[in-house]
Design a protein around this ligand. Structure first.
Ligand code: MRU
Length: 369
């Protein structure tokens, strides 16, 4: 996607310096900083501390992390136990997004088929870059399939703006290109459909207010930032036509883990008869489980993310304490929306209902674990 006229992705391999580079998303929208990832420790820090975040991007970063484990200056690339241990460290960086496990394992599997370090490095880089390109194509297809939903609502409204509510950032910053939830929105806008996006600020780290608003603004899309609690009110007053969110892990039966607060949006959407769609590439499905509430691990992050709010003050990014210093805080980062509240999925293979039958009919080649 373009940032001030320049094509940008949140991660790329710089062929001149042979370095993996990322945008540091912690600093957006106020500072635009590019970081190099040279070691597995760099990659783990970038994922854990959320320089990179969003399920498909974490998957792509993990995949490139396996390549980085082989070029670190320790000459251990031909040692299988070393490769396995570095992959485990990468996968331990964050627990909820399925894509991290998928991306790391996909590169690990091809690496272990080779014996020499040289062949392993080559295979790892080629496969990791394949992951990056495939995710970009998947998101483009999600945009194409999701367009039909927005087109239909626009037709029903005789071209009046289609009001779409989204939670967190499931945009190109969270993926490689286009985004998941935002891909249909970008595609609709590029096709001349009048869209307006309600952007949930998404406490505690404000991925909506900081990142989704920044992305949409750079693309010229009309949007309004709202508090996380405003969605229900807007839905009751017919100010939302459609909800589209992304997901970090979805079971093969259609239960959806996504940024904390997504479940409440789904409940409000159901109560107000508003379609609630989830956009995802197949790398986000966990084919091994059916019960999301029981089986999806929910990340608990540092309570200080709740206690402090970060923003621009006097030209500098600063943090301020909100609750009393002695109050405890709890930071559950994701929740699970049961499949019964999901109108449907938008995937790279098309639309489907949130049932095991429909999901597996779209992905018959996926092995049930
Ligand atoms: O904690 P984050 O910022 O990694 O959480 C990201 C989300 O919840 C996104 O909505 C999700 O990954 C959707 S995928 C683009």
């Amino acid at each position: 996607m373009k940032v001030d006229g320049q094509e940008m992705r949140p991660i790329w391999f710089d062929t001149d310096s042979k370095t993996v580079q990322i945008i540091d998303q912690r600093r957006l929208p106020h500072e635009f900083i590019i970081e190099d990832l040279n070691t597995v420790d760099d990659v783990i820090r970038a994922i854990k501390d959320m320089y990179v975040r969003g399920a498909p991007l974490i998957g792509a970063t993990g995949a490139l992390g396996v390549y980085i484990s082989l070029i670190q200056k320790n000459n251990k690339g031909s040692d299988n136990a070393y490769v396995e241990a570095e992959c485990t460290r990468l996968k331990d960086a964050r627990p909820t997004a399925m894509n991290l496990f998928w991306g790391v394992d996909r590169v690990r599997d091809v690496v272990l088929e080779e014996t020499s370090t040289e062949a392993r490095v080559k295979a790892a880089l080629a496969t990791a870059l394949e992951v990056v390109e495939e995710e970009a194509i998947n998101c483009r297809k999600i945009g194409e399939y999701g367009l039909s939903i927005i087109e239909e609502i626009s037709r029903q409204k005789n071209g009046e703006p289609v009001n779409i509510l989204t939670h967190c950032n499931a945009g190109w910053l969270a993926c490689v290109e286009y985004g998941t939830a935002t891909a249909p929105i970008y595609t609709a806008f590029d096709n001349g459909i009048d869209v307006h996006v309600w952007v949930d600020e998404t406490r505690p780290l404000n991925q909506g207010a900081r990142l989704t608003a920044w992305e949409l603004g750079k693309h010229g899309i009309n949007h309004t930032v709202i508090t996380d609690n405003a969605g229900g009110h807007l839905m009751q007053h017919k100010m939302v036509d459609l909800v589209i969110v992304g997901t970090d892990r979805t079971t093969r039966a259609g239960d959806v883990a996504n940024k904390i607060g997504t479940y409440l949006k789904a409940l409000a959407a159901r109560d107000n008869d508003i379609p609630f769609y989830v956009a995802l590439p197949s790398s986000t499905f966990d084919w091994t489980i059916t019960d999301g509430i029981k089986d999806i691990p929910i990340e608990e992050r540092d309570p200080d993310e709740i206690r402090y709010v970060q923003g621009l003050l006097n030209g500098k990014i600063q943090s301020v304490l909100v609750p009393p210093g002695a109050s405890k805080a709890a930071n559950h980062a994701f929740d699970v929306t049961p499949s019964r509240l999901v109108t449907g999925f938008i995937t790279e293979r098309g639309l489907c209902k949130a049932t095991q039958e429909d999901i597996m009919a779209l992905f018959p080649d996926k092995k049930i674990g």
